[in-house]
Design a protein around this ligand. Structure first.
Ligand SMILES: O=C(O)CCC(=O)C(=O)O
Ligand SMILES: [Fe+2]
Length: 354
């Protein structure tokens, strides 16, 4: 691990996975793995291109996401996110995960925005075999085909994530390169559809609202698919408080390390703060309110299995770099984090009928 090159980042590294499945020599695979591990160590964020999730499939996934969020609130509310932090599934209406009120004195804008009382809405999907967090599906007739597509998409993403975990283990020179992978059956992952409705740029500029405030992810890794709107920013590991803009790269996976893999690696892998804020100026309308256009993204969160015990890997601790984290079980860690984000009793969604 120590032999991996250390250098400050200037942007998010781009890693080409095209040779990963069919390398001409074994060293080609090792080279990709080392490049990935090094980026996860130095930056904590990478863009992966030529991976296992095809452009056609991604187009379809974004199409379904738009269809879902275009539904009337009453329809979406047929699959409501359950109260409390225990089950993170189904539809989170604007204001549920985090309340932030858009303020405007313009009556017309006000009307438009009242339908949008917060800056994002989301829909969470897990494995059909995760009994601790059962899925909350819309009735089939509301969006026929949605459930089948999303279930398949979930497992395609899982397959790709397993290749990434393998590559990280190999690139870190672990005694058993598949060590991390062994804790990830895929049944504890979470597919999230996200929609950030239009909002006046000033609301974001003045920090009266945020699309998504700075945070780190809780799991092992996250794979993020995003449209071309932009606005994702990640903290520069070497200059705390400075955020780097991630320019959307069509069909790429933006991959980042989460807190559990950071703990497992004793901080060698970096779980980097990130946020979603203003898109580039060209994506803001020039009218008085300078509304930013809508943004769609699809994060896929990869977590260790529910009973997995996350204990610093022996390769990551030395006398000079002692163990920093107590062992933790995924189930308990997730609940601890989720409690901070979801209220026990949900505030109500604003529907057309009030
Ligand atoms: O929408 C995005 O681009 C980022 C989403 C994100 O960071 C999250 O859901 O944890
Ligand atoms: Fe995130």
């Amino acid at each position: 691990m120590g032999s991996v090159e250390e250098k400050p980042p200037v942007s998010i590294p781009v890693i080409d996975f095209s040779k990963w499945d069919n390398p001409s020599t074994p060293s080609e695979r090792v080279a990709i793995a080392k490049e990935l591990a090094s980026a996860c160590h130095n930056v904590g964020f990478v863009s992966i291109i030529n991976h296992g999730v095809s452009p056609a499939l991604l187009e379809e996934a974004f199409g379904w996401s738009k269809k879902l969020f275009d539904l009337e609130t009453e329809q979406k509310m047929k699959a409501p996110h359950p109260d409390g932090p225990t089950v993170h599934r189904g539809y989170s209406w604007p204001g549920l995960e985090k309340v932030s009120q858009v303020i405007s004195s313009d009556a017309e804008v006000g009307e438009k925005l009242r339908a949008v009382t917060d800056c994002k809405e989301s829909y969470e999907i897990g494995s059909e075999e995760n009994d601790e967090q059962p899925n909350v599906w819309l009735p089939e007739e509301v969006l026929p085909g949605f459930r089948e597509f999303m279930t398949d998409f979930y497992w395609t993403c899982s397959q790709t994530s397993q290749e990434i975990l393998k590559a990280i283990g190999l690139g870190m020179n672990l005694q058993d390169p598949d060590f991390i992978l062994k804790f990830h059956s895929g049944h504890n992952n979470q597919l999230r559809l996200l929609h950030y409705p239009p909002i006046p740029a000033a609301q974001l500029e003045n920090e009266l609202s945020a699309r998504m405030p700075a945070h780190s992810d809780w799991g092992s890794i996250t794979m993020l698919f995003q449209d071309d709107c932009g606005g994702l920013e990640v903290e520069n590991q070497h200059v705390p408080g400075e955020f780097i803009k991630v320019t959307p790269l069509k069909n790429a996976i933006v991959m980042n390390i989460g807190d559990l893999l950071m703990r497992w690696s004793n901080d060698w892998l970096k779980s980097t703060l990130h946020r979603v804020t203003l898109p580039p100026a060209s994506d803001r309308f020039t009218g008085e309110e300078r509304m930013t256009r809508a943004r769609y993204s699809i994060p896929y969160f990869i977590s260790p299995d529910i009973d997995a015990r996350i204990e610093v890997m022996p390769e990551c601790a030395t006398e000079g770099n002692p163990i920093k984290y107590e062992p933790v079980v995924q189930r308990e860690y997730r609940l601890m984090r989720a409690k901070l984000q979801y209220p026990e009793k949900a505030p109500q969604a604003v529907t057309a009928s009030g």
